[in-house]
Design a protein around this ligand. Structure first.
Ligand code: ADP
Ligand code: PAZ
Length: 408
């Protein structure tokens, strides 16, 4: 197949052909997912395979396979202009659903989800001349999670006692599960199948609360700084423990050890200290623990409500952060007496954007749309029929995963 057929005009890198951008514009962050082939990189197996793409048949039509990478990027929503510049510079919007010459630029449609797809629709139209085609946020979260859990190797993992263990997902035994998306706020969704779900709960104490309160209390300038200083903190300076109340002993009759937090931030009421007398590190640590523990507990209660044993946590609040995951996992384990399991996702913050990306297939807006995001991968990374992610650790900013799409 001649990939030139799909070349996107005006791309800043002449070798890189980018297409199919999707957006998730949340309360705190804008997430972008886009697909590119790169057939200028001959030493790269992926580039080579891109050139050797073959057609696949679907009924009486044949769809060419495009091999390339899915890219992930994010921007703070309050810096939306940086995001618009990024899209403009990389010409990501051109080719969203158009083939060379197929549609005039003003007809470019980009799939978008999250509240910002409504709030910023006019801005995207005005600055980039594109229409945001809105997809429901919950639909996208679920579609993204189901895709990742079924197609991406080493996507889900448990985190206990400082140890990360990847979970082998059996496609035939995935449902039901509880999806807890910790973004600015928190949504809890009971998932029973593809497109079969119900948002059963939520809480307004989420990632926005951590970052907002943390910023006010510590004067940190960024979310990363707040997370960073929490490493050096000691929450016992701020939190009131059971032992503080019980004179150093456990309250064993009800199963509370002396080190259990009895009251988050409770110690600060008895000290004759002001905010400036506390170390920002300790405040950050207590805050992170308070919010993570609370979400873990509410998640468990909802899992209990519906008899769900598996809880997957997504959203950018987590950021692959050890203390956050440990606190959530311990809360789920503690409250469920080991019955329920907390699991985390490597592409934690990109569920919605991935779901929006997949919705190109669902709607089949025109003939140049993606029809399938395949589970086929370059030989070196093919394991069964799963995507084999190159990294085992945390997902870095701007990391990409290899994939194939069918185009028609
Ligand atoms: N660089 C960052 N800037 C701001 N918040 C961040 C950052 N990285 C992680 N976060 C956390 O992630 C949350 C947003 O998560 P996300 O899943 O993107 O939700 P939303 O869709 O509401 O933006 C923030 O409220 C904050 O707790
Ligand atoms: C309104 C939202 C779905 C928006 O999603 P977000 O941008 O936070 O990812 C989410 O913030 C939420 O579920 N808030 C909790 C509302 C509640 O159930 O109390």
């Amino acid at each position: 197949m001649d990939l030139g057929e799909f070349q996107i005009p005006g791309n800043s890198d002449p070798n890189q052909k980018t297409s199919h951008l999707s957006l998730d514009i949340g309360g705190s962050l804008i997430k972008l997912v886009y697909f590119s082939t790169n057939d200028g990189d001959d030493d790269d197996e992926l580039g080579r395979l891109g050139k050797e793409s073959v057609g696949v048949s679907n009924g009486n039509r044949s769809f060419p396979v495009l091999k390339g990478r899915l890219h992930f990027s994010k921007f703070e929503t309050c810096k939306i202009n940086d995001c618009l510049d990024f899209i403009q510079t990389k010409q990501l919007h051109i080719g969203g659903c158009q083939r060379l010459g197929a549609l005039p630029i003003e007809k470019t449609i980009i799939k978008a989800t999250g509240g910002g797809a409504y709030k910023y629709a006019d801005l995207f139209k005005e600055k980039l001349g594109i229409c945001l085609d809105k997809e429901d946020e919950m639909d996208c979260l679920v579609a993204g999670a189901n895709f990742l859990l079924k197609a991406v190797h080493q996507e889900a993992f448990t985190y206990l006692d400082g140890k990360k263990e990847f979970v082998q997902i059996d496609h035939n035994d995935l449902y039901p599960y509880l999806l807890v998306n910790i973004g600015s706020g928190v949504s809890m969704i009971k998932v029973e199948g593809d497109g079969k779900f119900e948002r059963v709960s939520g809480t307004n104490v989420g990632g926005g609360t951590f970052w907002g309160l943390g910023r006010l209390l510590t004067k940190c300038k960024s979310f990363d700084e707040l997370l960073q200083i929490s490493h050096q903190g000691n929450n016992r300076v701020i939190d009131m423990l059971v032992g503080d109340i019980y004179g150093g002993t456990d309250y064993s009759k009800v199963g509370l050890s002396s080190t259990t937090i009895a009251s988050s931030f409770g110690k600060t009421i008895s000290d004759k200290k002001e905010l400036q007398d506390y170390r920002p590190e300790d405040i950050a640590r207590s805050l992170l623990r308070m919010i993570s523990n609370n979400i873990g507990q509410i998640a468990y209660l909802n899992a209990l409500r519906f008899g769900l044993k598996r809880i997957f946590f997504g959203g950018f609040f987590i950021r692959g952060h050890a203390y956050t995951m440990d606190t959530i996992a311990v809360a789920v384990d503690f409250w469920s007496k080991g019955e329920a399991k907390a699991m985390f996702l490597r592409h934690e913050g990109f569920l919605g954007a991935l779901g929006a990306f997949m919705s190109y297939e669902k709607h089949g807006l025109d003939d140049s749309m993606i029809h399938h995001l395949t589970q086929k991968f370059p030989m070196s990374s093919l394991v069964g029929d799963k995507i084999c992610s190159p990294l085992n650790g945390e997902l870095n900013d701007n990391e990409s995963i290899e994939c194939s799409v069918y185009a028609s």
